[in-house]
Ligand binder design. Sequence first.
Ligand SMILES: [Zn+2]
Length: 150
Amino acid sequence: MKRTILKTDNYPDCPYTGKVFASPDSVPMDYWLWGNFTPDELKSKGDGKVMIDTKSMDALQALRDNWGQPLHLTSAFRSAAHNRRVGGVRNSMHVLARAYDINVSGWTQTERRTFERMAIACGFTGFGFYKNQQFIHIDTGRRREWGQRW
Ligand SMILES: [Zn+2]
């Protein structure tokens, strides 16, 4: 497994964390270090706003590098308004741009377990298993897990 490198630590002027951008097009790309992902994939559904948490993105890109296959995000950042609309919990890590839901349909049980181990190694600490909806929630919040594994 490759080493996890927190790449944006090298860029103290990185303009992303803590800011909400009105749309994917308004995200400055000078410091975009996550080559397998685009602001469009990370935008909040519903209103299209984008917020980036750089450490979580570094973890996501490290996970993608290790996994070696495309990751299909079904949910990333959620604006507070969108989170309310979908009935998300109020303190959801999605609202802080620190959570990603990954579609795992078609993956074998072994692949899912391997993915979970890699995600831990890359710095993810929160896991939600949504067996019926075929996705895994990963985040960089408090260490915890919920739901039922496959
Ligand atoms: Zn989630």
